[in-house]
Design a protein around this ligand. Structure first.
Ligand code: SF4
Length: 494
């Protein structure tokens, strides 16, 4: 039995080669092989001056931020302390074993210098790489949002309308922060905070949201493609922003990022608003989402009054027939709501036997009809089809998976304060999740069966690139099994 005695650290190490220490299949080596970090030079060139100290090279800073998220390191200080201990991290950053690691403050300074755009570009480049690898179908997107806990305590919230609150020191700090914010050029384009009365003095961008428990929160909105679950668009807002308003911007971002126009959007009932249905109608997009109105109608049934479906519309006379057989005629037009009210004369409703079941209003029952009701009805009808229901069921698992994978990288808790910093965090996490997909399916041996099926169809249709892909595909066992599944669709080979 050997004894370990007199351990003396070596002063010099020979045959120490980081290149050989990092295995060929190591995650960071695969990332290094697949991802080009040098693009960042061109993106951030304008943010550096010509004089002063030479900065840490931007690709190194970007890689450090990637490590921070990929390994969910608690803080930047801890990241910098860990780098010299990990040979694979040193190799990934292009450092040697005795390289000097920079101070942790370089990361926060780089974020402030580069702004959100640099990280957005990084995210978009990875999405495009996924598109080129055939991992994005693009025709159908799944949309959902999730809350992110802000890095601020509930005790920091003050009521801006109360005099007592205004006398506190924290209010003065808040005022200073808000002033700083209005001067800053980093403020995002389309950001409207809805609840402006209660504000956190430490993070004024976060909003109090009550979902069982009141918390200061941000909200992350994502569009995910169904083929390999690539996140094709993402947005971050304050927690109190209505998620329904983010659906169309996500649809547009998906188009910009992938170059493919989605023809179907799948979402839950919170997105099933009149505005979203009509916007989808105008863009020729199928809206597979439960109708929000139906949820409200269920509420009306609970209150034991007749639902709107009990009122029959007659197009010729432009009137409704109520359950008592009376005519409800057009009454008033609401331009801002784009709707018209229909009602029976007050006297008739007052004398009606069904009144208790129909309305609690003294003036009688009113039915609202949208000016584009027929288009709306068509969209709502399509959202009830068997195909739409299948998509809605699939959405729940797919989106939950996307956010559950994000928790591995700490998406559910903001690392930093301020909306623009949380946006950076979300871009980095979504990028890491997409890189994960790229590495999983990027090689032919592990490519998803649906992608292979597309290549087989393309090769049969005579597409040259698909044919070349197909030839390579046939060298793998799984590729051959997919081909057999295509030829004999009733038998399962995979
Ligand atoms: S209350 Fe008025 S609208 Fe309702 S059923 Fe009676 S008459 Fe018709």
């Amino acid at each position: 039995m050997g004894q370990q005695t007199g351990i003396q650290p070596k002063i010099f190490y020979h045959h120490m080669n980081l290149e050989q220490r990092v295995p060929r299949t190591h995650l960071l080596r695969r990332i290094q092989e697949q991802i080009d970090f040098n693009f960042i030079y061109a993106e951030v060139r304008d943010t550096y001056g010509g004089n002063g100290n030479v900065s840490i090279p931007p690709p190194v800073i970007l890689k450090m931020m990637l490590l921070l998220v990929l390994y969910n390191v608690r803080s930047e200080r801890e990241l910098m302390e860990t780098i010299p201990l990990c040979l694979d991290w040193l190799w990934f950053l292009g450092y040697d074993i005795d390289s000097e690691v920079p101070d942790h403050s370089v990361l926060s300074k780089a974020r402030a210098r580069w702004g959100v755009e640099a990280f957005q570009k990084f995210f978009e480049r990875i999405v495009w790489q996924c598109v080129e690898a055939g991992l994005v179908d693009g025709s159908k997107i799944f949309v959902d949002s999730s809350l992110v806990d802000a890095d601020a305590s509930n005790n920091s919230v003050i009521d801006t309308r109360s005099l007592k609150g205004q006398l506190q020191d924290s209010y003065k700090k808040l005022e200073a922060r808000l002033e700083e914010k209005s001067e800053s050029t980093d403020s995002p384009r389309r950001y409207v905070k809805e609840n402006s009365r209660y504000i956190s003095s430490t993070d004024p961008d976060a909003a109090i949201v009550n979902r069982g428990k009141s918390k200061l929160s941000y909200q992350v909105h994502r569009a995910v493609d169904g083929r390999s679950e690539v996140i094709t668009a993402t947005e971050t807002t304050s927690g109190d922003v209505n998620e329904a308003h983010e659906m169309i911007p996500l649809l547009e971002s998906h188009h910009l990022n992938t170059g493919i126009r989605a023809d179907t959007v799948v979402a839950d009932s919170k997105y099933g608003t009149i505005e979203n249905f009509l916007a989808c109608h105008d863009q020729g997009v199928e809206a597979h989402m439960p109708d929000l109105r139906e949820v409200l109608l269920k509420g009306a049934q609970k209150r034991k009054i007749f639902g709107e479906e009990r009122f029959e519309y007659d197009r010729e006379s432009d009137t409704y027939r109520c359950p008592a057989g009376q005519r409800l005629k057009p009454k008033s037009l609401h331009i801002h709501r784009q709707s018209r009210d229909y009602a029976a004369p007050k006297k008739i409703c007052a004398a009606c036997d069904l009144r208790q079941q129909c309305t609690k209003n003294k003036s009688g029952r009113t039915i609202k009809r949208h000016l584009r009701q027929e288009e709306l009805d068509r969209m709502r009808e399509a959202s009830r089809s068997a195909k739409a229901k299948r998509d809605i069921r699939m959405r729940q698992h797919l989106m939950e998976r996307s956010y559950a994978r994000g928790t591995r990288y700490g998406y559910d808790r903001a690392r930093w304060r301020g909306l623009w910093r949380v946006q950076i965090q979300e871009y980095l996490i979504s990028t890491v999740q997409n890189i994960e997909v790229l590495l999983r399916y990027g090689s032919y041996l592990k490519r998803s069966p649906s992608v292979m099926m597309e290549q087989i169809k393309g090769a049969i249709a005579g597409d040259i690139r698909s044919f070349l892909d197909f030839k390579e595909l046939m060298n793998s066992k799984i590729g051959q099994m997919v081909l057999f599944s295509f030829i004999y669709p009733r038998r399962s080979f995979i």
